[in-house]
Design a protein around this ligand. Sequence first.
Ligand SMILES: NC(=O)c1ccc[n+]([C@@H]2O[C@H](COP(=O)([O-])OP(=O)(O)OC[C@H]3O[C@@H](n4cnc5c(N)ncnc54)[C@H](O)[C@@H]3O)[C@@H](O)[C@H]2O)c1
Length: 315
Amino acid sequence: MRYLVTGAAGFIGSTLSERLLSEGHEVIGLDNFDPFYPEEVKRRNIKLLKENQHFSLHEGSIVDNDFVSSFYEEKFDAIVHLAAKAGVRPSIKDPIKYQKNNVEGTQNLLELAVKTNTKDFIFASSSSVYGINPNVPWREDDFVLKPISPYAATKVAGELLGHTYSHLYGMRFIALRFFTVYGPKQRPDLAIHKFVHKILKDEPIPVFGDGSTKRDYTYIEDIINGLMGAIAYKDSRYEIINLGSGRTISLTEMIQTIEEVFGKKAIINRLPMQPGDVPQTYADINQARKLLGYNPSISFKDGISKFKDWYTSNT
Ligand SMILES: NC(=O)c1ccc[n+]([C@@H]2O[C@H](COP(=O)([O-])OP(=O)(O)OC[C@H]3O[C@@H](n4cnc5c(N)ncnc54)[C@H](O)[C@@H]3O)[C@@H](O)[C@H]2O)c1
């Protein structure tokens, strides 16, 4: 099969591309090496991929119509749209760029699906669409029209556009709501990676709030299994599916696990909660289990150990 993967040089995109290639597929990757985090990190993510003759990388922006329309004559078995400006707090500083990349960019990709007659479209949505809904675990049919950051609002918009295109053009649109993904190659701006980096350099780590905020951390391999399940899924036209671990870890527990696995104490710089932050994320994953055969299996401590193995041999 031939798959278009946007954001192919990113954390999740490069890991998914590796998996698709290992299963004998062809991957056409798009990425503009957005400066959100250093280009060299992304170049490293795809170093091995570029040696594979079934992988090609096209550098350009999904916001650039000339770039996207240059693929109109191609044929894809599915489009896996992962490219986005990620991150909640930075989206508050630069909401217009988030809107362009994540909303206009997504619509350009949906147009590409129409033009190339691609029948399967997988979209990277986010747990942030649930905002501060206190009723956990969050289910896909919970009300999500009250996002609390520009980033979250762009992800809701992507899901809505997907519904429109699915309805009008009969394509299958699957939105996967990822819950804080971690593991080898994790984005350097995300808390686990950032904390490890600082702890090992004896620098204080910024801890927002009293440590009681909770996250449903999901190991990258579980996310990739969910993505593979979504690519294979053919039973209905439009689905929104949570991909989480189905359990929560408090910020304090997260730091303790890092300390234990890395054998080093953290120096804590306690700061107030930040605008846009949510007190908890917690996925109900029954839909993913039922529709995708999803079965997250890696404990948080094992996941951190695997991150350590990767971190120590890659930094
Ligand atoms: N990592 C998580 O915890 C998480 C959680 C929820 C949702 N998501 C979503 O999953 C997707 C992948 O996330 P990630 O953690 O791998 O992020 P990432 O930043 O590592 O990867 C995204 C990639 O998209 C590329 N990109 C950004 N704008 C682009 C544009 N205009 N044109 C072409 N390429 C562009 C970037 O250069 C980057 O390589 C994103 O859509 C993100 O919003 C991630």
